[in-house]
Design a protein around this ligand. Structure first.
Ligand code: URP
Ligand code: ZN
Ligand code: ZN
Length: 469
């Protein structure tokens, strides 16, 4: 199968030009002006953007959490991603307490079997180094293409690890070339605040935020940065939500330390007041860290613009409002933590980032595709448009108006974080390794088309096995 994409505006992290892109088999084999080559399919992309498929490095599909399981499995979550222009994501294996990492990997692979719509990789969330996985086994994961270890510094009594586990994992990462990721919040302090709030009879969703003040995020971010320095490992701080954690990351990067951070779409748009919505509607925005005071949004936009933060992910962790979020109707601490968003990242960042001039189109591509691919060992196969790269390509109509809504999104979740938001810019056609995946409103390829990608170690490139002649 060959595809010739003609006359589109090709935008990568570095370039912006009108040209033709020729795809042969799974990869891009030629880029040029007015290419004169025969193709099985010719796509007229004039007036459209030709973007690399976006890469979402932070998602939770089919994940048991908070006494329930996320509503999107691999098939529905990845379908939703595909319609939003995301062609590759990295999901979290959560090591069940008492399980080895190998057992956990097998379990997560079986959840994906036959269901993959886009390409994917896995991070390993380490929860137990005492009765389950060992440091020796952890060290073998990069050989299997799992080149990032995640640790939760919060969720006491569930996923939270102690500092010894965090630090020992960092030491292994320093040896093996893996990237350490942290959910940075002080879980012990939050646990006390939650107990105090419940004892005082405070049960509504807004107490989710009031018991997780930004200082608890700032403290944990600082701690993780300093421990990573001692261990000599690279560090990536997930879902940065506020000034208190942006500032230590900025200082560390200024000093040239190997520290990286992401924020997520929702932190740029949703603020604390959403949690105050009546009739338990606020539960829709119970995710962690919580929505913050609005003043943080400018700080985050500035951080993504100036490369203090290098990535915008989604942290897609979807629970239905009706039947799942409502588990916590009488106790905010029982509301499953997480929000949807895998489908709307490009829409929102294009509309309110690129179109408003907060960031350039190049920077948009860098934040949504190139940097996640580079940081997580997928580049240059993913994250750019270049000869030899996988032909993961999004044709994006920058003028088409539409409104984001749960009634039209492809996730199984019954609400949309950005319900009713009108945006200009729509995904028109998506190629995954040269195959048409999405064409307008239609998912063309069948589940099973997506592949598990073995990622390269931190700082190394993922080479294609074969560059087309
Ligand atoms: O609320 C969230 N973010 N749920 C998913 C798990 C996590 O902390 O990333
Ligand atoms: Zn988290
Ligand atoms: Zn997450």
């Amino acid at each position: 199968m060959s595809v010739l994409i003609k006359g589109g505006r090709v935008i990568t992290a570095a370039d912006d030009y009108v040209g033709d892109v020729y795809v042969e088999g799974e990869r891009i084999s030629l880029i040029g002006e007015s290419l004169d080559v025969a193709a099985d399919r010719v796509v007229d992309a004039s007036g459209k953007y030709v973007l690399p498929g976006c890469v979402d490095p932070h998602t939770h599909l089919d994940m048991p959490f908070g006494g329930t399981v996320t509503i999107d499995d691999v098939e529905s979550g990845q379908t939703s991603a595909a319609f939003g222009g995301t062609t590759c994501h990295v999901d979290f294996i959560i090591q069940p307490q008492g399980s080895t990492f190998g057992e956990a990997f097998d379990e997560w692979k079986s959840k994906a079997e036959g269901k993959q719509v886009i390409d994917m990789g896995y991070h390993m969330a380490v929860t137990d180094l005492k009765d389950g996985g060992t440091l020796e086994e952890l060290a073998t994961l990069p050989e299997q293409g799992i080149t990032s270890y995640k640790l939760f510094m919060a969720y006491k009594g569930a996923l939270m690890v102690d500092d010894e586990t965090l630090f020992r994992t960092m030491q292994v990462a320093a040896e093996t070339g893996a990237l350490v990721m942290v959910h940075a919040e002080n879980g012990d302090a939050i646990d006390v605040l939650v107990k105090d709030a419940l004892a005082a009879g405070h049960t509504e969703p807004k107490y989710h935020a009031l018991t997780r003040p930004p200082e608890t995020e700032g403290e944990a971010t600082n701690r993780a940065i300093q421990l990573a320095r001692v261990a000599g490992s690279p560090l990536y701080v997930v879902h940065v939500s506020c000034r208190e954690s942006v500032e230590p990351i900025a200082r560390a990067r200024d000093a040239g330390w190997n520290i990286h951070g992401e924020t997520c779409t929702q932190y740029l748009f949703v603020d604390y007041t959403f949690l105050e919505r009546p009739n338990f509607e606020g539960a829709k925005w119970v995710y962690t860290p919580p929505p913050r005071d609005k003043a943080n949004q400018d700080i985050l936009w500035n951080a993504v613009r100036t490369d203090v933060l290098s990535v915008i992910s989604t942290d897609h962790c979807a629970f239905r409002w009706d039947g799942q979020k409502t588990i916590g109707r009488d106790d905010f601490s029982k509301i499953p933590n997480g929000g949807p968003g895998i489908e709307n990242r490009l829409h929102m960042i294009h509309e309110f980032g690129a179109r408003t001039g907060r960031i350039t189109l190049n920077r948009m591509v860098e934040l949504l595709a190139t940097n996640p691919a580079k940081l997580f060992g997928l580049y240059p196969r993913k994250g750019t448009i270049a000869v030899g790269s996988d032909a993961d390509i999004v044709i994006f109509d920058p003028e088409k108006r539409h409104t984001l809504s749960a009634s039209t999104h492809h996730s199984k979740v019954d609400y949309n974080l950005f319900e009713g938001t009108a945006v200009t810019g729509a995904v028109e056609l998506v190629l995954l390794r040269g195959q048409v995946l999405v064409d307008g409103d239609e998912l063309v390829a069948k589940p099973g088309v997506g592949q598990l990608v073995e990622r390269a170690r931190f700082g190394e490139e993922l080479k294609a096995e074969r560059v087309p002649a």
